[in-house]
Design a protein around this ligand. Structure first.
Ligand code: NDP
Length: 604
C-alpha cells in the first residue's frame, strides 16, 4: 500500500488553521441530545411512513404452510439471498416484504433526481448472471429498481413472495426444529431456515423540531415522495409546484440530488441547511457495453472486485472505474475500520495533507460555481473528507445561482429553530411555505431485529436482544448465533463493509445460501458453538483505534452517533472487505462442516 499523495499540500500553518476551523465548526454543530434529536416516522408520524407506491395485493388469505427458507426483506439483500439459494437448488423460498414489490431502498426512494452515485456497472449486482448492461455511468433509481425486479423474476422469487407484509415475530419451535413466522397479515407459517435481510437505512426519520406537528402546509419525506401533489416523476416535471413556496430540509446525499429538480419547478425554493455536504464532480455520461468490455464473461465481477480493492486501499493494478470514489480511495479508508495504519506517523501526516488538499479543492469548487459570495461561503464544508458521506453533483451548486432558490443556513441555531402552522422559523425569521420536504435521512441500524420491533425468540424461549444484552452481540462472522439455529442475519454487524454495499450483500447472500444448502443437504441444523463465537469476537475485538479517534473528532452525523464518537469494539472485522471475503471463502471450503449440528427430529 502506498501513502496518500497530494499535489498541493498545505503548509504547517495552513494545516493548523484548518484543524482549528474544523474544531470550531464541529462545536457549532454538536447537539447535546445526540441521536435523540430525531423522531421516528413509523412510531410517531405514521402518515409519513405509509406506502404511496403499493397497488392492491393486500386482500389475500393468511398462510399456514411451510417453506424451506423465509427471507425477511425484499431489497437487494433478500433478492440476492433468494437468487443464491435458487442457484443452490433450494425449492421453497419465500420473501416477505413490507413494500408492494421487490427493490428495498429503490422501491421507497423515488424522489426527483434519484440516482445511485456508485458507478452502475459495479453497483448493480448480478450483471454477469442477467446479461444486463447499464446505460449510464450512474444509474437512475428506476433502472436500479427494475434490475431488482429482473433478478427476482429470473430466479423465480415472485411465486412465493408476500408483499405489503411485515414479519411480526420469529420463534424457534423446539418440537419441529423449525421457525414459526408470524406477520401483520395474520400469516403463521413454518420455515426450516430464516434469513434476515431487513437493511440498515430503512426507517425514515424526522428532526425533532419544536412545533413540527403544527405545520399545516403539505409535507412528506423524500422516501415517500408525493407525486400526487408535485406531479412529474423522478426525471422532474414537477408542475404541481409552479408558483408554490417550497422548502427542503436536509442537504445530505438525498438533498443534493433533490434540490436541482425542485429548483426547476418550484415558485421559490428555500433550502434549509445545517451542515453543507462535500459536493464533488459527478461526471455522469452514457456508457456502451464496449466501454466496460461487457462481451467478456465475468466482466462485471472483475470490475466490481477492482472497485472494492481500490476503495479498500488494496493493490488493484489498474483502476477500471476511474471516478471520484476511486480517486479519493486513500481518504475513504477512514469510513471503515482498519487497524492496518494505526500508529504509523508517516501515514497520519500524509493522510491529513491529502485530506486537506482534497477538501480545499472541494471548497474552491463552491467558490467557482456559486455566484453570490455569502451563499458560496455557507456552502463550503469544514471537516475532513470521510467525516460525512461524500456527495457528487454537477447541478447542485449551480442551482443556488437561480433567482428562485434561497439557501437558509441554520448552523448558528443548530438546525431549524421551530415550525409554525405556516412554515419554518430560522434566526427569528418565519419562512412561509406551501410545501415542506424532509430530506432528513433514516434511523441508522434500527431496522430489523436490533430495535426489538421484530422479536426473535430462540432456544428455551430466549429473545435475541436479551441474549445480547449483557455482553453485546455475539455471532460467528456476523451471520449466525448460538441458541438461534437456522437463523442467518445479513447486514453490518461483526463483518466488513464497503461503500458499494450491494457487493457486500452479494457476498453475504452467497455465504448464507451455502450454509443453508449444506444444512438442507445433510438434514442438519446451522448453529455455531459458543467457542466459535468467542473466537470470532476476539478477531473483531482487535479494533481500529485510528478510525475511532478519527470519527470522534468529526462533525456530527450518523457516522459518529451525532458527534459522540463511533462505537468500535467488536462491531466490525478490521482487515477490510477484501480479506473478509477471502476468509469466508476459505472457511466455506474447509470448515463449514463445523457449524452443522445434528437434528433431534426428522427434518422432512
Ligand atoms: P442524511 O442523514 O445523510 O442527511 C440528513 C440531512 O438532514 C442532513 O443534511 C442533516 O444535517 C439534515 N438535518 C437533520 N436534522 C436537521 C435539522 N433539525 N435542521 C436542519 N437540517 C437537519 O440523509 P440522506 O437521505 O441524505 O442520506 C442517507 C444515506 O442514504 C446516505 O448517507 C447514503 O448512504 C444513502 N444515499 C445514497 C445515495 C446514492 O447515490 N448512493 C443517494 C442518497 C442517499 P446535518 O448534516 O447537520 O446532520
Amino acid at each position: 500500500m502506498t501513502l496518500p499523495q497530494c499535489d498541493n499540500p498545505p503548509t504547517p500553518q495552513e494545516a493548523a488553521g484548518l484543524r482549528e476551523r474544523y474544531r470550531v465548526e464541529r462545536e457549532r454543530r454538536v447537539r447535546p441530545e445526540g441521536p435523540g434529536q430525531y423522531r421516528s416516522t413509523t412510531a410517531e408520524f405514521g402518515y409519513f411512513a405509509a406506502d404511496p407506491y403499493a397497488h392492491g395485493g393486500t386482500g389475500r388469505e393468511p398462510l399456514h404452510d411451510e417453506v424451506d427458507v423465509a427471507i425477511v426483506g425484499g431489497g437487494f439483500g433478500g433478492i440476492l439471498a433468494g437468487a443464491h439459494l435458487r442457484r443452490q437448488g433450494v425449492a421453497r423460498v419465500r420473501v416477505i416484504e413490507k413494500g408492494g414489490d421487490f427493490g428495498g431502498t429503490w422501491y421507497w426512494n423515488r424522489y426527483p433526481g434519484v440516482h445511485c452515485d456508485i458507478e452502475s456497472h459495479v453497483y448493480l449486482p448480478m450483471l454477469d448472471e442477467t446479461g444486463y448492461v447499464p446505460r449510464w455511468k450512474y444509474a437512475p433509481g428506476e433502472e436500479i429498481r427494475r434490475h431488482a425486479v429482473r433478478i427476482a423474476e429470473q430466479f423465480d422469487l415472485y411465486e412465493d413472495a408476500l408483499f405489503s407484509t411485515s414479519v411480526t415475530s420469529l420463534t424457534w419451535d423446539e418440537d419441529t426444529e423449525k421457525w414459526q413466522v408470524t406477520t401483520d397479515r395474520a400469516d403463521a407459517f413454518h420455515a426450516t431456515h430464516v434469513i434476515i435481510a431487513t437493511g440498515t437505512l430503512t426507517e425514515p426519520k424526522l428532526p425533532g423540531i419544536p412545533g413540527i406537528e403544527e405545520y399545516r402546509g403539505h409535507t412528506f419525506h423524500t422516501s415517500r415522495w408525493d407525486y400526487g401533489y408535485t406531479a412529474g416523476g423522478p426525471d422532474g416535471g414537477l408542475t404541481g409546484l409552479a408558483g408554490k413556496r417550497v422548502g427542503v430540509v436536509g442537504t445530505g446525499a438525498t438533498g443534493v440530488q433533490v434540490v436541482p429538480k425542485l429548483a426547476e419547478d418550484a415558485g421559490h425554493l428555500y433550502v434549509f441547511q445545517r451542515t453543507p455536504s462535500s459536493v464533488d464532480v459527478r461526471g455522469q455520461r452514457r456508457m456502451t457495453p464496449q466501454d466496460v468490455g461487457a462481451d467478456r464473461p465475468g466482466w462485471a465481477a472483475e470490475r466490481r472486485e477492482n472497485f472494492l480493492r481500490i476503495v479498500s486501499g488494496e493493490e488493484a493494478g489498474q483502476d477500471l472505474v476511474t471516478d471520484r470514489w476511486t480517486a479519493s480511495a486513500a481518504l475513504l479508508e477512514k469510513l471503515l475500520p482498519s487497524f492496518r495504519r494505526a500508529g504509523e506517523p508517516d501515514f497520519e501526516a500524509a493522510y491529513e495533507a491529502a485530506d486537506h488538499a482534497a477538501m480545499n479543492r472541494i471548497r474552491e469548487r463552491v467558490v467557482r460555481e456559486v455566484a453570490d459570495p455569502a451563499t458560496a461561503a455557507a456552502l463550503q464544508p469544514w471537516y475532513r473528507y470521510a467525516c460525512k458521506r461524500p456527495t457528487f453533483s454537477d447541478t447542485y451548486l449551480a442551482a443556488f445561482n437561480r433567482d428562485n432558490v434561497t439557501l437558509v443556513d441554520t448552523a448558528d441555531t443548530h438546525g431549524i429553530e421551530r415550525m409554525t402552522e405556516r412554515g419554518v422559523v430560522v434566526g427569528g425569521v418565519e419562512y412561509e411555505l406551501d410545501c415542506l420536504v424532509f430530506a432528513t435521512g433514516f434511523s441508522v441500524g434500527v431496522s430489523g431485529v436490533t430495535s426489538g420491533k421484530l422479536p426473535v425468540t430462540g432456544r428455551q424461549g430466549v429473545q435475541l436482544l436479551h441474549a445480547w444484552a449483557e455482553r453485546g452481540p455475539r455471532t460467528l462472522h456476523g451471520f449466525t448465533s448460538n441458541g438461534f439455529p437456522n437463523l442467518v442475519r445479513m447486514g453490518s454487524l461483526q463483518n466488513a463493509s464497503s461503500v458499494n454495499f450491494t457487493h457486500i450483500l452479494d457476498e453475504q447472500a452467497l455465504h448464507a445460501a451455502a450454509l443453508i444448502a449444506a444444512a438442507l443437504a445433510k438434514d442438519a441444523l446451522v448453529e455455531p458453538t459458543p467457542e466459535a463465537e468467542d473466537a470470532w469476537i476476539d478477531v473483531c475485538s482487535q479494533g481500529a483505534p485510528d478510525h475511532e479517534w478519527f470519527h470522534a473528532e468529526c462533525t456530527p452525523g450518523y457516522y459518529n452517533g451525532e458527534g459522540r464518537g463511533r462505537p468500535n469494539g467488536p462491531t466490525a472485522y478490521s482487515h477490510g472487505a477484501v480479506a473478509f471475503h477471502e476468509l469466508l471463502r476459505h472457511w466455506r471450503e474447509n470448515d463449514l462442516g463445523e457449524i452443522l449440528r445434528e437434528r433431534r427430529t426428522c427434518g422432512g
